[in-house]
Design a binder for this molecule. Structure first.
Ligand SMILES: NC(=O)C1=CN([C@@H]2O[C@H](COP(=O)(O)OP(=O)(O)OC[C@H]3O[C@@H](n4cnc5c(N)ncnc54)[C@H](O)[C@@H]3O)[C@@H](O)[C@H]2O)C=CC1
Ligand SMILES: O=C(O)[C@@H]1CCC=N1
Length: 269
């Protein structure tokens, strides 16, 4: 791609996107400029992967065609007000903030600007992310293609209407946290049974990755794939019984309802 990409904020998610982009080779490190109030962090990132570390938001606005806002939702308003003067109608503003709607952004910067709302997740760091893309009506089809290319290079992406973003937060944005908890719990049990810790993480994580791949590649219903593991009178069905008794599915659904409710509450602030 030929555009210059600027980042305001390089925390957990911003850094995952930046590193994923560089390793995918969709953008060269020289095409990426990054500003974060923690300047040392950006300098270290520059040293590590070669992106341009810049010392102000203004410098990002001077060089970038695509501007990523990767700061916490509660400071989005301030950052938007700060960059407003230098924003042009040609720039594409990409926000990854949970609960900050396109309407909220337009209330600060005004209408007529190109805005894309993204809900990414941290596996973008290893180019296995899942991102949703929601453009406003000022973004052209070819610009949307550029944004899709960026997020496809970080894993997969799908364009969704804005009302679906709460579901996306629950099922992918926040979801790595619950998957990591699942992996950690499985590894704990293996350690309990005597397996060394590091080996337990490898077995658990590879199993989660392989199971996910089977869902994606076989097209079979997850229930059918589960049934294929459960030998009659065997070990797996014993585990399934306990998971059902302990409310495993209900716990996941309830947790996600809390997560999605919070996403909605943030949007209504
Ligand atoms: N962490 C995740 O898994 C995901 C996060 N998000 C969204 O990404 C955004 C960032 O989240 P995280 O990376 O987790 O937070 P974080 O706290 O790790 O990173 C935020 C960064 O912004 C910097 N910052 C603060 N004020 C700034 C300013 N005025 N100018 C430039 N930089 C500034 C901070 O120094 C920090 O490095 C949030 O809006 C969140 O909703 C979305 C999807 C997933
Ligand atoms: O926890 C959060 O608020 C952010 C949004 C999605 C994942 N992390």
């Amino acid at each position: 791609m030929k555009q210059h990409i600027g980042f305001i904020g390089s925390g957990n998610m911003g850094t995952a996107i930046i590193k994923g982009l560089v390793s995918s080779k969709v953008a060269k490190a020289s095409q990426i400029s990054v500003f974060d109030i923690q300047l040392d962090k950006v300098k270290a990132l520059s040293k590590e992967i070669g992106i341009n570390a810049v010392e102000s938001q203004d410098k990002i606005m001077d060089v970038a065609d695509i501007i990523f806002l990767a700061v916490k939702p509660n400071i989005m308003g301030k950052v938007l007000s700060d960059i407003k003067a230098k924003l042009t109608k040609k720039s594409i503003l990409v926000s990854i903030a949970a609960g900050v709607t396109i309407d909220t952004i337009e209330k600060v910067i005004g209408k007529g600007y190109k805005i894309v709302r993204i809900m990414p997740n941290t596996p973008a760091l290893v180019n296995m992310g899942m991102s949703s893309i929601t453009p406003n009506d000022k973004v052209t089809d070819s610009e949307l293609k550029v944004i899709s290319t960026i997020f496809d290079s970080l894993g997969r992406s799908e364009v969704v209407p804005e009302y679906l973003i709460h579901s996306v937060v629950g099922v992918s944005g926040s979801a790595p946290a619950y998957v990591f908890m699942f992996i950690e719990a499985m590894a704990d049990a293996a350690v309990l049974a005597g397996m060394p810790r590091a080996q337990a993480y490898t077995f658990a994580a590879q199993t989660v990755m392989g199971s996910a791949k089977m869902v994606m590649e076989t097209g079979k219903h997850p229930g059918e794939l589960k049934d294929m593991v459960c030998s009659p009178g065997g070990t797996t069905i014993e585990a399934v019984k306990v998971l059902e008794e302990k409310g495993f599915r209900a716990a996941v659904i309830d947790a996600m309802i809390s997560c999605m409710d919070k996403s909605e509450a943030l949007s209504n602030k």
